[in-house]
Design a protein around this ligand. Structure first.
Ligand SMILES: NC(=O)C1=CN([C@@H]2O[C@H](COP(=O)(O)OP(=O)(O)OC[C@H]3O[C@@H](n4cnc5c(N)ncnc54)[C@H](O)[C@@H]3O)[C@@H](O)[C@H]2O)C=CC1
Ligand SMILES: O=C(O)C(=O)Cc1ccc(O)cc1
Length: 363
């Protein structure tokens, strides 16, 4: 039985990364979840993972509390119309990364918008498909909701309950404002990441062998599915183009200043780097809290099975909470530098504990 406040019966249309992650989160809270996808293999994997059971083709014994449309942006409106014609649920939501266009398309198709609340979880991965799904994907993450003036209260309550059941924080925002915001914090960064990664297609072995954590960080999201992303970018074209033009200006100015080579030019390049520091510091920390500065403890780790687990165990014994970790691999060597972010007051305790157990903590 579903836990208190969790929608009892939910239909998920589209069992890819996001649909299956939502389904897994709901199953953990005891909800009944019915799944459907036009790709039979994606549906079969989601069922196999325990995300729910396949939605029968015929009539249901009554509408579900909620149908979640976890399909690409261009498919949201037609999928909503089809689901409403079948009477699948009493309330509907989607998860598309763009909001204004799918809502306008749904209105044009004559969908019942009183029962639809457009949504967008601000959590995801660079991998697609049900195999990459995780029940904890949305924990502590914002989830934008875009009710319109005609949205029914019951529908809003049902979708808000879904968001909370997934462990996320609902954030109400107008569709246009949402699209401008995500152009800045998600869509334009995606194109910039792709542009940097695209330079690597012509890189030789020497350059690739020298690749460190920086280029890995900047290009992580460039590994995403281009078919999904072209749909996102074209559906939010103007706001994304605005941000890209501003970034392009900064880059062009930096390039010409570097060619100039004078001391005055370097000061202007430094100004961009300082603005970068300031912008980065404004990104909220975990669970939307104010950004926090952590201390980094760097420990050299041999590439051996179980090494990381032992370090985490040592931190636990020392009573130190690990906030984040990154591993910097030395190309061609069986050694890596593990950077552990901890509260500044815990850095000394962790360093002493690791050294006492034989690890090398330089500095
Ligand atoms: N990938 C990410 O990190 C995030 C994606 N989103 C949004 O979530 C939605 C789904 O994205 P992903 O799960 O990443 O994609 P995905 O490619 O993993 O899954 C999409 C699924 O929808 C199915 N599908 C496509 N058209 C369909 C239709 N007409 N009827 C039934 N099923 C259909 C596909 O077969 C596929 O299984 C997109 O709208 C995307 O903008 C939102 C937040 C994060
Ligand atoms: O992989 C990541 O870190 C992401 O940022 C994924 C992501 C992709 C699309 C969205 O609409 C929201 C989040």
């Amino acid at each position: 039985m579903a836990e208190q406040g969790v929608p009892a019966r939910v239909i998920v249309v589209g069992t890819g990364l996001i649909g299956t992650s939502i389904a897994l989160a709901l199953r953990e809270r005891g909800a009944e979840v019915l799944l459907t996808d036009r790709d039979r293999a994606a549906l079969a994997v989601a069922v196999e993972l325990g995300a729910g059971t396949a939605l029968p083709d015929g009539a249901l014994d009554g509408p579900a509390d909620l149908a979640v449309l976890a399909v690409p942006p261009a498919a949201v409106a037609v999928t909503l119309l089809d689901a409403q014609k079948r009477g699948l649920a009493t309330a509907y939501t989607d998860v598309a990364s763009v909001k204004a266009l799918p809502i306008a398309q749904a209105a044009e198709l004559g969908c019942d918008l009183t029962r639809f609340v457009a949504g967008h979880p601000l959590a995801g991965r660079e991998r697609s498909g049900p195999a990459a799904a995780r029940a904890d994907l949305f924990l502590g993450r914002p989830w934008a909701l875009c009710p319109t003036p005609g949205t029914g209260e019951d529908a809003l309550a049902a979708v808000t309950a879904l968001v909370r059941a997934c462990g996320a924080e609902p954030a109400t925002v107008a569709p246009d404002e949402h699209d401008r915001a995500v152009a800045l914090v998600s869509h334009a960064p995606h194109v910039v990441s792709a542009a940097v990664a695209a330079r690597l297609t012509g890189a030789d072995g020497t350059a690739l062998g020298l690749a460190g954590q920086g280029v890995r960080d900047v290009t992580r999201i460039a590994a995403s599915d281009p078919r999904l992303w072209i749909g996102i970018l074209t559906a939010n074209a103007e706001p994304v183009a605005d941000v890209l033009e501003a970034v392009a200006t900064d880059l062009a100015v930096a390039a010409s200043l570097l060619r100039d080579g004078s001391e005055g030019a370097a000061v202007h390049v430094a100004d961009l780097l300082l603005r970068g520091n300031a912008g980065r510091a404004r990104i909220p920390g975990k669970h939307g809290s104010a950004p926090r500065t952590y201390a980094t403890v760097t420990v050299m780790i041999p590439d051996r099975p179980g090494e990381l687990a032992m370090i985490f165990q040592a931190a636990g014994i020392a009573g130190v909470n690990i906030e984040d970790v990154t591993i910097e691999h030395s190309p061609g060597r069986d050694l890596g530098a593990l950077e552990i972010a901890v509260a500044p007051e815990a850095a000394e305790t962790l360093t002493a504990e690791l050294r006492a157990r034989g690890w090398s903590v330089p500095g």
